[in-house]
Design a protein around this ligand. Structure first.
Ligand code: ZN
Length: 489
């Protein structure tokens, strides 16, 4: 065991690095790097893996053991345990230490909570944590000689400490509670209710990221000072307060300010990327809450931002977005864009206009497509019934065949009720006779020449004024030409 002048005890909520700074300080080491090298770390230039020590990635036990401080670890490990689970956000620990000068003056150590980014103020003294020397502008160092001083031996000055905003106190309070493994009090914002530390922080960071991006700033909180982090997180707090409307507001800002020079295409890509990212991280409860509102925003405010077929790497949930673009509607209906406009005029489709673009209900488009698909156009009806265009037109005009859509000023297409036509043919078939017996028989052409036009013919067949035969001699199943041999009764 290495000889030390003094072995202070670690406090229950003391940061491990703060403890090592104190040990270095009372034993006359220049900074903790020297202390750890003395313990056998062997890093160049007396540097030390500070972040790895805080996160527990580096096992400090052997070093503490060689210094005869191993008893401390059991208490310090309380802080380290918080990191054992994977946290989705990479923004957890500030690069530089943050301290409350009043706490250090009263208690003589740093709290382990202070290293976390969302811990912005001291809740005991209601002051922002200090991480920058206001005189020199230099950040506070882990390698400082004394716990209560900046490098160059200047003390933390209290007079320059600004007041803190209530939002930063609220947010700090929440994260301190979560850090201690407790659940947030019921008075806390509904949207954060029931979230664990990592989930809540992921959510806050995600919103912070998108709030910064809309202003064209890159979000790198780890290297930002506490003052800037506080400013950004205060903005996020405002979003959380007005959730979800404030979040929708944030998202709609992207529409006017796309992040790429590609304009609308850029926005679509951006939202696709965002959706994909949210989708991949959806196991994080915080992220999944953002995703739920993101989906709702896209669904109600900005349909078509996400075209399902453009997602290649992820499998979308079966929830179909009801609103679709004109292009997609054309694809489903197999028609040109002008046709869609006509359908809207005929009140067959409803239209939702958003940001100057028309969107349509997938449900309506599909049911219309289904209707068209399962019935006959004029030409199809001619082919299937084996009637001339003239004959078919006469039957339709006389209302002898059922119709779903007649041409008018807005539309020149017929839609003929296929099922109704088949029923009509079937009824006539039932009335047909096997043999006509005695009397003069006429062919279809012959009966026409006798003055029976197609309309009179069918009415007479229906009313039984004509007897007729039915022969299954044509390829077309519902061919009218299967009726042959007519005889007047
Ligand atoms: Zn304090």
């Amino acid at each position: 065991m290495k000889k030390l002048l003094c072995r202070p005890k670690i406090y229950e909520n003391e940061c491990l690095v703060s403890y090592l700074i104190r040990v270095a300080e009372v034993n006359g080491f220049k900074h903790i790097g020297y202390l750890l090298n003395f313990a056998g770390l062997g890093w160049k230039n007396n540097r030390a893996p500070i972040h790895q020590l805080i996160t527990g990635q580096t096992n400090i036990q052997p070093l503490l053991g060689s210094l005869g401080l191993e008893e401390s670890i059991s208490q310090a490990s309380f802080a380290l345990r918080r990191f054992e689970r994977k946290v989705d956000t990479s923004h957890i620990i500030a690069k530089h230490p943050k301290v409350c000068s009043k706490c250090i003056e009263e208690q003589g150590y740093c709290h382990y909570q202070w290293v976390f980014l969302p811990i912005m103020v001291c809740l005991k003294h209601n002051v922002p944590l200090i991480d920058t020397d206001t005189k020199t502008g230099k950040p506070l160092s882990w390698y400082r000689q004394r716990l209560d001083r900046f490098d160059g031996n200047s003390l933390f000055t209290e007079s320059l400490i600004p007041k803190c905003q209530s939002s930063s106190i609220q947010l700090t309070k929440l994260f301190v509670t979560l850090l201690e493994g407790k659940s947030a009090p019921t008075s806390v914002l509904q949207v954060l209710h029931g979230l664990e530390f990592k989930d809540a922080l992921s959510m806050v960071d995600l919103l912070a990221h998108y709030q910064c991006r809309v202003k064209g700033i890159k979000y790198r909180p780890v290297s930002l000072g506490n003052m800037w982090v506080t400013q950004i997180y205060t903005g996020v707090w405002r979003i959380l307060l007005g959730w979800p409307d404030t979040f929708y507001e944030l998202l709609s800002q992207y529409i006017d300010r796309p992040m790429s020079t590609k304009g609308a295409t850029g926005i679509n890509k951006h939202f696709r990327d965002l959706h994909e990212r949210l989708h991949r991280q959806r196991k994080n409860e915080g992220v999944s809450r953002v995703k739920a509102e993101f989906d709702r925003f896209i669904e109600t405010k900005w349909p078509c931002a996400l075209e399902e077929n453009r997602f290649t790497r992820i499998h979308l949930s079966p929830v179909n977005r009801d609103l679709i673009s004109k292009r997609e509607a054309c694809k489903i209906l197999n028609c040109r864009p002008e046709r869609i406009y006509k359908y809207v005029q005929q009140l067959k489709l409803s239209v939702t206009v958003f940001k100057g673009k028309s969107n349509y209900s997938r449900r309506e488009v599909k049911s219309l497509a289904n209707l068209i698909e399962s019935n006959w156009s004029f030409t199809q009806a001619c082919e299937e019934l084996e009637l001339s265009r003239f004959q078919l037109k006469q039957l339709l005009d006389a209302d002898l065949l059922p119709v779903l859509q007649k041409p008018d000023s807005k539309n020149r297409n017929w839609l003929i009720d296929k099922r109704g036509c088949i029923e009509k043919i079937e009824k006539l078939k039932v009335k047909a006779e096997l043999e006509l017996g005695l009397g003069k028989k006429y062919s279809l052409g012959g009966i026409h020449r006798l003055g029976f036009g197609i309309c009179e013919l069918i009415v007479s067949m229906e009313e039984g004024r004509l007897a007729y035969c039915y022969r299954d001699i044509r390829v077309k199943k519902y061919s009218f030409l299967k009726f042959c041999f007519f005889r007047q009764r």
